[in-house]
Write a protein of this length. Structure first.
Length: 320
């Protein structure tokens, strides 16, 4: 394909199908996605506002929770509004550049979240295994540096992938059998060999997820060993409770991600709409559940949220 023809083809928009085979049910299917998005906005905004206003929560652990809240808000907003546009308004068209920008945000912030979860495991390791040095090892500035490093790492490894993908000619069908610009579904529309981009994405995913999960496992192995050495059962339970919310988020993130990825790679005989729904729920449900998990399991966050709600209620009923 000539450079001119390739440029013309790549300037054309893509078309999102939504849920293949269930187009007549799009309005009904949109209801749970709309609900999860509203709850995501409310829950994560509440987390951010609670930590911002309660000075007792200005500590590394809560800064990391705020980072997760920002990631969840960005993640959901990059995907759900367009998805609802497809379901409600049949607004299927998405520009070529907009499609890859959406894909960039999805992959980048997935990598950033993995990095923040790794940093949080290090935070819990220091707090439990080396508590006397906690305040000197994890200062506020160092916590912010870890967050920025996770962001830089995510953007740094995904930028070359986006360059490789946008360089491919897309001269096949412009229809993406998905609710968003899912990586594998878009690559299948290329009329050139995508083996270089496939190899790069496989290496990056393996190294990032593999390294992060290995270090997280090692951290919690050390934490468990230290906890088992504590003299009383009450002390052991208290130490484990401080890690409960983090472990729940880790399992939700990595298990859901692996399930979604393998279902996109191998159909296992499942109908296409099942694969798409699993991928859609992976992008929308965890951002809603994360603030719920922290609100239930982290006592300080729970108390801060109740305090904030009481203050807001007081402002609402106070006379003008």
């Amino acid at each position: 394909m000539s450079t001119t023809n390739r440029s013309n083809a790549n300037s054309l928009p893509f078309l999102l199908m939504g849920i293949p085979g269930l187009e007549t049910l799009h309005v009904w299917i949109s209801i749970p996605f709309c609900f999860t998005y509203i709850m995501t906005l409310l829950g994560n905004s509440m987390i951010l506002l609670t930590v911002r206003l309660d000075k007792s929560l200005h500590e590394p652990m809560y800064y990391f929770i705020c980072m997760l809240a920002v990631i969840d808000l960005t993640f959901s907003t990059a995907v759900v509004p367009k998805m609802l546009g497809v379901f409600w308004l049949d607004s299927r068209e998405i520009g070529f550049e907009a499609c890859f920008i959406q894909m960039f945000f999805i992959h980048t912030f997935t990598a950033v979240e993995s990095g923040v979860l790794l940093a949080m495991s290090f935070d819990r390791y220091v707090a439990i295994c080396n508590p006397l040095r906690y305040t000197t090892i994890l200062t506020s500035s160092r916590t912010i540096q870890l967050g920025l490093l996770s962001l830089a790492r995510g953007a740094g490894v995904m930028t070359p992938l986006m360059y490789l993908l946008t360089s491919l000619p897309y001269c096949k069908s412009r229809v993406i059998p998905h609710s968003y610009c899912e990586h594998m579904a878009v690559v299948e529309l290329a009329c050139a060999d995508p083996s270089v981009s496939d190899l790069y994405s496989l290496i990056v995913a393996t190294l990032l997820v593999g390294a992060d999960s290995a270090f997280i496992t090692f951290s919690y192995g050390m934490i468990l060993r230290s906890v088992m050495r504590l003299p009383s059962q009450e002390a052991r339970l208290k130490a484990l409770r401080t890690c409960g919310s983090h472990v729940s988020i880790i399992l939700l993130f990595y298990t859901g991600g692996l399930l979604s990825m393998y279902l996109q790679m191998f159909s296992f005989g499942l109908a296409p709409h099942v694969q798409v729904l699993v991928a859609d729920f992976y992008l929308t449900v965890p951002p809603m559940l994360n603030p719920v998990i922290y609100g239930i399991k982290v006592k300080q966050i729970q108390e801060g949220m109740f305090k904030l709600l009481r203050q807001l209620a007081g402002l609402a009923i106070s006379p003008a």
